[in-house]
Design a protein around this ligand. Structure first.
Ligand code: SME
Length: 161
């Protein structure tokens, strides 16, 4: 695909996700390198929505290890039982956190992060291979729309695993 992203302006978040999805499909469709694909997905989400931090934590060596991301410096390793990422891994479900300070065990990589969503990405055999972590510097910035749309992106990645 052309290395240029089309992002509709003057519209709501769900319309932006709708415009992005086929572009993401095209972007990673013919590329087999996982790290390259995760790097570009992080870049696309960051550019399209201006999120504070977007990235991946990969299941490695019995913990979650930082993968490709866009945004400020982040924690490198997260135990499975810690933080929002650990909760998404353990519960095998999307976790929406409207206020990170109210989430027990939240790992504060940055005090600027106020709300977040973490979505698991599954292997073909149904185990969690990684999580997508998106952080906002606004409180209550994520909705069911983000959950549904980021889960679609997670399913797209799963097809490549
Ligand atoms: N918020 C995460 C930690 C990772 S950073 O936000 C990038 C958590 O509590 O799982």
């Amino acid at each position: 695909m052309a290395e240029e992203l089309f992002i509709p302006t003057d519209t709501d978040r769900s319309a932006i996700y709708e415009a992005l999805f086929p572009q993401l499909e095209a972007l990673i469709g013919d590329e087999s390198d996982l790290i390259a694909n995760l790097a570009n997905i992080s870049a696309v989400l960051k550019e399209a929505f201006g999120f504070f931090w977007v990235g991946f934590y990969l299941v490695k060596e019995g913990q979650l290890v930082l993968g490709p991301f866009q945004g400020p410096l982040a924690c490198t390793r997260i135990p499975f039982h810690k933080g929002v990422c650990g909760a998404a891994y353990t519960r095998k479900e999307t976790i929406l956190v409207p206020d990170v300070e109210a989430f027990p065990g939240h790992i504060a990589c940055s005090s600027a992060s106020k709300s977040e969503i973490v979505v698991p990405v599954f292997n073909r055999n149904g185990t969690v291979a990684m999580v997508i972590d998106v952080d906002s510097d606004q409180l209550d910035d994520f909705s069911e729309t983000d959950a549904r749309e980021i889960e679609k992106i997670a399913a797209l990645i799963s097809r490549k695993l």
